[in-house]
Design a protein around this ligand. Structure first.
Ligand code: MG
Length: 204
């Protein structure tokens, strides 16, 4: 399986990092080794002094496909969960400055914890109005809603599949809302989807 991630998909997050609003979705990937299994803590890697949390809605791909038309894209994912796109912000800033790819800052081991459970798409009343938020040590740090995404779920799936075939079991991180910030050893992160706690993660 693979993990496809969308960058710069919420205007307020683009603004907080002083980035340009992209015309097309910004895509990067994480390998399977970035996944964190249920209950495992996240260990801050030695190569960064500025690991940021980015809470994101995650789509579970349910069907193989390529060159998917946007009108058929909703048929290619069957569940939505939460994930944290951990980012070594110091390293990423250095790579961006040099015009280099972001992989070292984004794809490292453990950089993609996902919720142990995903909610079936059918359980959502409106895919364009899904709320989610992140608490760090009980304090709300990020609040998002799928209605604020620049590119919709269907738009993302259609766009990605023009370049990269989707396979059943792939995960798609759909971008983070504003409020990203550093994590520290001892922090406890909790991700909520429509008010329900789906993700609980300790930082070491
Ligand atoms: Mg992200």
């Amino acid at each position: 399986m693979k993990i496809i991630c969308i960058g710069r998909n919420y205007a307020a997050h683009i603004a907080e990092l002083h980035n340009e609003v992209p015309a097309a979705p910004v895509i990067f990937m994480k390998p399977e080794t970035a996944l964190l299994q249920r209950g495992q803590p996240f260990f801050i890697p030695e190569f960064s002094q500025d690991i940021h949390h980015e809470l994101e809605l995650v789509l579970r791909v349910s069907k193989n496909g390529r060159h998917i038309d946007e009108q058929f894209a909703p048929g290619y994912f069957d569940a939505i969960g939460l994930g944290i796109d951990f980012t070594a912000r110091d390293l990423q800033s250095e790579l961006k400055k040099q015009g280099l790819p972001w992989e070292l800052a984004k794809a490292f081991d453990g950089s993609a914890p996902v919720s142990p459970t995903f909610k079936p798409v059918a359980d959502f009343a409106d895919l364009a109005n899904i709320s989610f938020h992140l608490e760090v040590n009980g304090e709300t740090r990020q609040t998002g809603n799928s209605g604020l995404m620049l590119h919709s779920f269907a738009g993302i799936i259609s766009f990605v599949s023009q370049y990269i075939s989707l396979k059943m079991g792939d995960l798609i991180f759909t971008g983070t809302p504003a409020g990203v910030g550093p994590v520290r050893a001892g922090d406890q992160l909790a991700g909520f989807l429509e008010g329900e706690k789906l993700l609980d993660l300790g930082v070491r």
